[in-house]
Write a protein that binds this ligand. Structure first.
Ligand code: UDP
Ligand code: MG
Length: 338
């Protein structure tokens, strides 16, 4: 059975070589797949990532490994790169793995072996045993999952990333969702299927630095909420009810006070507070509307999620097509886009 490993890369020039070496090493493991298709998706790197992948493809590889390198026309984000990989993959089983050596291909092969032994399972997700991250980030993450699961229509398992191996039916389901704003944790949860989790210990990044700043992560989390639930809109409704109710009560209080004892001071501070409070609530509501409206606007354009600049393939020695002899790499220009 063939496994397609999809490797999104953004400025991973230093990591390509060690990653390929480690993967080839793992091909000797008993749980390694019969044939492996490595799909590197260069997500608009500004360093020599693509050139390094192309160079690695020239070198002798295992007979059981084929490599595809897809270069996107610019940086579209990891989610877009993952979709590009999915659409190029030909294996019966597919998997995502990072290029930075934090995740071990041996774990992917373990997940692959698990799926082979358990036909009732469709997807295996690797969950981090412990995270190398600060207390603030951990706090935000924990509360994000809690909030998302409290209001969302789908349950996001905490700590489950996109380090997974899954069957073709799961991949087809993921590809059937054409949305521009992709939040893979949510997409995996939304498509359902039977998922088994295993735990793994992430290593330190081999080289380079993470592309995720706290600001980016926060934006991604917000984007996930807006993509998967309309609950913030309902929140506005409740907020409207609540403020109306408080207003009516206060109105009655003021009226009674006026009729019973008379009001001699105009109540300037009260007025100011109420105006400011309500202005804030209205702005908040507009902001939330705006978030959704912006999404509808962008999605409505139906632009492709990514654009490919070029694709290079190198078939494995035991590939059925004789046109792709072992060792030959066939670059071709492609402009397929989604
Ligand atoms: N990545 C990508 N496009 C981006 C950002 C990241 O393809 O815009 C890739 C990156 O090269 C790596 C994986 O996504 O293989 C995970 O990224 P990173 O290591 O920065 O994330 P972290 O491990 O810190 O969550
Ligand atoms: Mg990483």
């Amino acid at each position: 059975m063939k496994l397609s490993l999809i490797i999104p890369c953004h400025n991973e020039a230093e990591n390509v070589r060690p990653f390929v070496e480690r993967t080839l090493e793992c091909m000797e493991l008993p749980e390694a797949p019969e044939t492996l298709e490595m799909i590197f998706v260069d997500d608009g790197s500004t360093d020599s990532t693509f050139a390094n992948v192309a160079r690695a493809m020239e070198e002798p590889l295992s007979q059981r490994v084929s490599v595809k390198a897809i270069e996107l026309s610019r940086n579209f984000g990891k989610e877009a790169a993952m979709l590009a990989g999915l659409e190029a993959a030909t294996g019966q089983m597919l998997g995502f793995i990072d290029a930075d050596m934090q995740q071990d291909p041996a774990t992917s092969f373990q997940m692959f072996a698990y799926l082979q032994e358990h036909p009732e399972t469709d997807c295996v997700a690797a969950v981090q045993e412990e995270r190398h991250e600060g207390a603030v980030l951990r706090w935000f993450k924990r509360h994000f999952y809690r909030a998302f699961n409290a209001v969302g229509d789908v349950e996001l398992p905490a700590n489950a990333s996109d380090f997974r191996v899954f069957r073709r039916n799961v991949a087809d389901a993921l590809m059937s969702m054409p949305e521009y704003f992709r939040f893979s944790k949510g997409l995996f949860a939304w498509v359902g299927f039977r998922t088994h989790t295993i735990s793994y210990r992430p290593a330190k990044r081999h080289a380079g630095s993470t592309s995720w700043s706290f600001r980016k992560l926060f934006g991604y989390a917000m984007s996930g909420i807006v993509s998967f639930t309309a609950w913030p809109l309902r929140l506005i409704l409740y907020l409207g009810f609540l403020t109306s109710l408080i207003s009516v009560i206060y109105l009655v209080v003021v009226l009674v006070e006026y009729l019973a004892v008379g009001i001699d001071v105009p109540g300037y501070p009260t007025l100011l507070c109420i105006i400011l409070l309500f202005a804030g609530v209205v702005m908040l509501a507009l902001g939330i509307f705006g978030e959704y409206l912006g999404r509808i606007y962008i999605e409505g354009k139906r632009r492709p999620v990514y654009i490919t600049r070029q694709t290079i393939t190198r078939e494995s020695a035991n590939a059925p097509d004789p046109a792709n002899a072992p060792g030959s790499s066939a670059p071709h220009e492609a402009s397929d886009a989604r």
